[in-house]
Ligand binder design. Structure first.
Ligand code: ATP
Ligand code: MG
Length: 583
């Protein structure tokens, strides 16, 4: 490819609304352009990268035995109503009425579509297991599109759905996908950590997210340096040993005028926040719950929602608090039991320890309060409801956990029979009896992968692409004006093209400094420079973009150059292959 015939609209300055490196660099390197909020156009260079990523995903999915499909993006409301998700999906779903007033949506995911498609084709256990996938456009009306293509409203996803006769078969495919994902990410140079994304089920792995550690990540993961446990912090079981607080005297009220928050009360009484009890009063699906947890901890709403099997959770309003006699800022376990108020106690609270807790009256707390004096340990539910944090105990080995930010690039999930039931996907087993199938689903964000690679592979000059997904593997920068000099360089370029190298020749009529900067910004892994040195002495320099190390070679015939290029390319590829082999 000649750059003079290509489009390389690079820019020097950072675009205004881009805050993360990948977003800035994708715009500056001329890979994408913003079309409108959360919508991006891919320019030729960017599209080459995206297609290379797609191809890696496709090759590995095919290798795993999955079958590629392509389904319509526009999907009828009818199938979403059948699964019960038409209402559940809420505002994230782009909804469209056609000219006949029929409701449709732009698929945010395709469980429903694939289920209705494959159902009539799955008749007997002999048709299973089957894993079907596509690499196609998804639409999600994200509340906060941001970080460029990392969270956009239209994006390419590889989504796969597997169908099985039983759990064992599902587990086999799930494990195959797990391995396939690690190979896919390693091939594109991404270092991922699969983290447990399912609570409760510590031993099994019903759901894992593939995370790339990055300070811009929107998720927080817990990592155990000792046993390698990793989990999404939202789902990590909390375990921590607080020191026992021995009562310093008898239980008694203390005046705490206007001291409502945990910090205010702890400061006022000169104690640690962990010596207080936090109360959270919530309404869920028309019912009410009061949660007690250590004062220095945050409630994890996911854990609570899962326990309650609740759809909606919100703080109680004033009239609701009043109805239960709850005094905001002063709620505590001495509240009198009420049949329509569920009380839950977090497992981190010790039933014998002395705490300061709300006294259920304005400006009053109680000190030396022991839970056992107010709630019945035999009938009160005590469960894990707090958000884990760094320093907590690993759920596997009790060593202190670390916390890191991470970007989710993929997700694998044992769906179970939710959709098989909704769409009644049965097959005949070997005894001729109808058997409900069970399912898995597996997603990868293709564009998000591209941006995440940049997050991991950039420096002050720009991007350095892993060779597997670079827009071109080699960039030839020529510095020559005279037509006969250009012709000499072109002869070498043509030879390299003929031999099949993935090469772009920057033959533009621009200064060398500009061309060098462009190649470093765009991030071709290998750069060859042919200028005065070549024309006068047959010298060519070869630069490794990542290390910026340069070597000069003597060129007598094309073999002198190709041997150096081949060595360099195979080194770069071998580095990625080593990572894949380690999976
Ligand atoms: P997130 O928590 O980031 O919103 P999700 O749980 O909604 O992700 P899934 O439904 O599991 O994501 O989708 C599979 C993959 O699609 C994700 O792992 C991610 O890589 C990608 N993805 C999801 N939403 C977006 C988006 N708005 N823009 C780009 N990629 C996305
Ligand atoms: Mg999402």
């Amino acid at each position: 490819m000649k750059a003079s015939k290509y489009l390389i609209p690079t820019t020097k300055d950072d675009p205004q609304d881009a805050v993360v490196a990948s977003h800035k660099l994708m715009l500056r390197a001329g890979l994408v352009r913003k079309s409108s909020s959360g919508l991006y156009s891919y320019l030729p260079l960017g599209l080459r990268i995206l297609k290379k990523i797609e191809n890696i995903v496709r090759e590995e999915m095919d290798l795993s035995g999955a079958l590629e499909f392509q389904l319509p993006i526009l999907t009828p409301a009818e199938i979403w109503k059948e699964s019960g998700r038409w209402d559940k999906m809420g505002k994230e779903m782009f909804r469209i009425k056609d000219r006949h007033d029929v409701e449709n949506c732009l698929g945010p995911t395709h469980e429903e579509s694939f289920c209705t498609l494959v159902k009539p084709m799955l008749k007997s256990y002999k048709d299973l297991p089957i894993n079907v996938y596509q690499i196609h456009t998804k639409f999600r009306d994200e509340i906060r599109p941001r970080f460029g293509v990392i969270r956009s409203r239209e994006f390419t996803m590889k989504d796969a759905y597997s169908f099985h006769l039983d759990e064992d078969s599902l587990d086999k495919t799930y494990q195959t996908m797990r391995k396939t994902y690690r190979r896919i990410f390693s091939r594109m140079g991404l270092e991922t950590i699969p983290v447990q994304a399912d609570s409760g089920n510590m031993g099994g792995s019903a759901s894992e997210e593939f995370m790339v550690v990055s300070p811009i990540g929107e998720e927080t993961l817990t990592i155990c340096p000792s046993c390698n446990y990793s989990g999404n912090i939202e789902k990590t079981p909390t375990s921590f040993l607080y020191p026992k607080h021995i009562p310093s005297g008898k239980e008694e009220p203390v005046a705490t005028p206007n001291q409502k928050t945990i910090d205010e009360v702890a400061n006022f009484l000169g104690i640690e926040a962990s010596q207080t009890i936090k109360a959270v009063a919530l309404s869920y699906d028309g019912k009410y719950v009061l949660v007690f947890l250590p004062g220095d901890r945050e409630l994890n709403e996911n854990k609570l929602k899962n326990y309650l099997v609740a759809n909606e959770l919100r703080p109680m309003g004033n009239s609701e608090l009043q109805k239960f006699g709850l005094v905001p800022g002063f709620i505590g376990p001495s509240i009198k039991p009420q049949s329509d108020l569920l009380v839950l106690v977090d497992t981190l609270l010790d039933w014998e320890s002395a705490y300061v807790a709300g006294g259920n009256a304005v400006d009053v707390h109680i000190k030396n309060l022991q839970l056992k004096n107010h709630l019945d340990p035999n009938t009160t539910t005590s469960i894990d409801l707090t958000q884990a944090r760094a320093g907590d105990q690993c759920p596997n080995c009790q060593a202190p956990l670390k916390a890191e930010k991470g970007i989710e690039v993929g997700h694998i999930f044992k769906l179970g029979q939710k959709y098989s039931k909704a769409f009644d996907i049965n097959v005949l087993n070997d005894k001729g009896k109808a058997n409900l199938t069970t399912m898995g689903c597996y997603g990868i964000g293709v564009n998000r992968c591209m941006a995440t690679v940049i997050e991991q592979s950039n420096d002050e000059k720009g991007i350095f692409w892993p060779i597997s997904i670079a827009p071109f593997e080699i960039c030839l920068v020529s510095i020559a004006k005279a037509p006969e000099d250009q012709a000499k360089i072109e002869a070498v370029y043509t030879e390299l093209k003929k031999k099949g190298y993935d090469i772009i020749w920057d033959d533009r009529d621009l200064g060398p400094g500009f061309k060098f900067k462009d190649s470093e910004l765009i991030g071709y892994p290998i750069r060859i420079t042919m200028g005065k040195g070549f024309l006068e002495k047959g010298e060519i320099t070869v630069l490794d973009r990542k290390s910026m190390l340069e070597e000069t070679i003597r060129f007598q015939d094309i073999g002198d150059l190709t041997s150096v290029l081949d060595k360099k390319i195979s080194e770069l590829k071998a580095d990625l292959e080593r990572r894949v082999a380690a999976v």
